[in-house]
Design a binder for this molecule. Sequence first.
Ligand code: PEP
Ligand code: MG
Length: 587
Amino acid sequence: MTDQTAQTRQEVKLRGIPGAPGIVIGPVYLHRKHDPAITARTITPGEVNRELDRFLQSVERSKKELTKIFDFAEKKLGADQSQIFEAQLMILDDPTLFDAIRKRLLKERKNVEVLIQEEFGKYHEMLLASKDEYARARADDLDDVRNRILRNLQDEKLVSRIDGSRIIVSPNLAAADALIFSRNDVLAYVTEVGGATSHMALLARALKIPAVVGVHQVATLVKPDDTVIVDGYNGLVILHPTPESIRHFEKKQEQYHSFEETLSALRDLPAETLDGHRVHLAANIELAQELDFIKVQGADGIGLYRSESLLLGRELFPSEDEQYEEYRRIAEAVFPKHAIIRTFDIGGDKFMAAAVRENNPFLGWRGIRVMLDRPRLFLDQLRAILRASTLKNLAVMFPMVTSIKEVQLAKQLLTQAKDDLRARGIAFDDAIKIGVMIEVPGAAIIADHLAREVNFLSIGTNDLIQYLLAVDRGNDIVSDLFQEFHPAVIRFLRRIIERGKQEHAWVGLCGEMAGDPMATLLLLGLGLDEFSVVPTVLPEIKKIIRSVHFTEAKHIAERVLTMQSEDEIKAFLRHMMKLKFPEIPIG
Ligand code: PEP
Ligand code: MG
């Protein structure tokens, strides 16, 4: 970039959705997934050997790349979870597939790109037609391997490695891509698609890397190495920033850092209001690697462990023993505090969704529905949780529940898992607490009935809002309509909390809303018992809770319940926050 172009470039502010908190200023790394364009060609007899060489070299390069990725995944996620890459390496060693390509090249003299496309296509169809869901899941692996070879044939570079500190800007970044990139010095992620609760955003928070998602057209507007500002608190990306903007955001960065330092003093203090009303302030975790961090942040244990992250990068479900090791590690790390292990919540936008093709995955085979249809897998998980529960600090929670019957069936399976262990002479906590997530409007309406079946309810606003307001949580086009402060949401929350407590269940909230500082006073006033939040924001939420009277929070909630629009509610809460906590960044 010449000085002249630098001078003529205008600063551009792009609005997105806050994905993970933090402010960074730095150069862009532009990432686009390779989209292989293939043209058919006939090879002359004299070109056959050269074509064969190209093919073999691209397979070799693909092997090298995959081995590197496999090694990294093994280090970051452990041996079991890196199996997916091992499986891909095995495809690259499959003699049948590669012999067929070689033979057809000699006989038909088509260019290898076309042959790869066709031969991989045959396998792909076979796998997709399989009755076995694992075989169907392999179809995606096969696609990845095919694209990798084609990319190498077309001399495109591997994109998992980048030089220096960079802000990754991409039209679309899967959670797995974000993880692979995190081996580099990634300053932030910026994507065109995705919502605050998409799994890419959740992973960015787990990795503690700032992110802004749903920034329309950002990948076409920036150039590699452009300097940009990313404000993950407010979902803002500034292209070609002026020196004044850079100074302004550097100052903001410093303010946030010093504010965060003052928060560390709160670590060992309870989440208690000035008039002595105590709530639980727990952490949501995705990966066991976060266990140390949540202690530093002063969490009251774990309000949501998303156990499905154990499936990341794997092809098969982990065995009972493997799961036991993981749950035990969590129980020991948080003891004497508690940890809620949520049973596998798969489907929707989560792992393994590719195994089943559904037109409407969010309204399909998700969460408890999958596990009740796969009792063998469910029992493995329940036994693993029970075996890890002897310290008496684990609870089990079922996701995506819609009916009493589902809860009763899940409880029957839990009883069966206990009987199995008893028969094997294995110890467990017979009084393990049971909870259900309230994520579906139908479940919210029968919250009192559900509460009678269990010990606690945990409200999953990420899903509850998407189903209540008919807004896809990962669709940036309608992200404005995903409204935490919609009056219908607030009324629903009040109803669930009241009904749950009337039936002597305690009620928590583990959706992203629990970690939104603007929602804290309201949720507190609505009588929530447990906030389970992303660990990075935990001290801030504690500070808010510790700085108010419960009576005041109740008044705020009552006021909010009389309001008729999200705008009105947000304006009121923003005003309250600015008045009481000017130092806290709110969106
Ligand atoms: C939720 O839906 O609010 C929730 C916590 O679950 P997840 O984000 O994992 O779907
Ligand atoms: Mg959910």
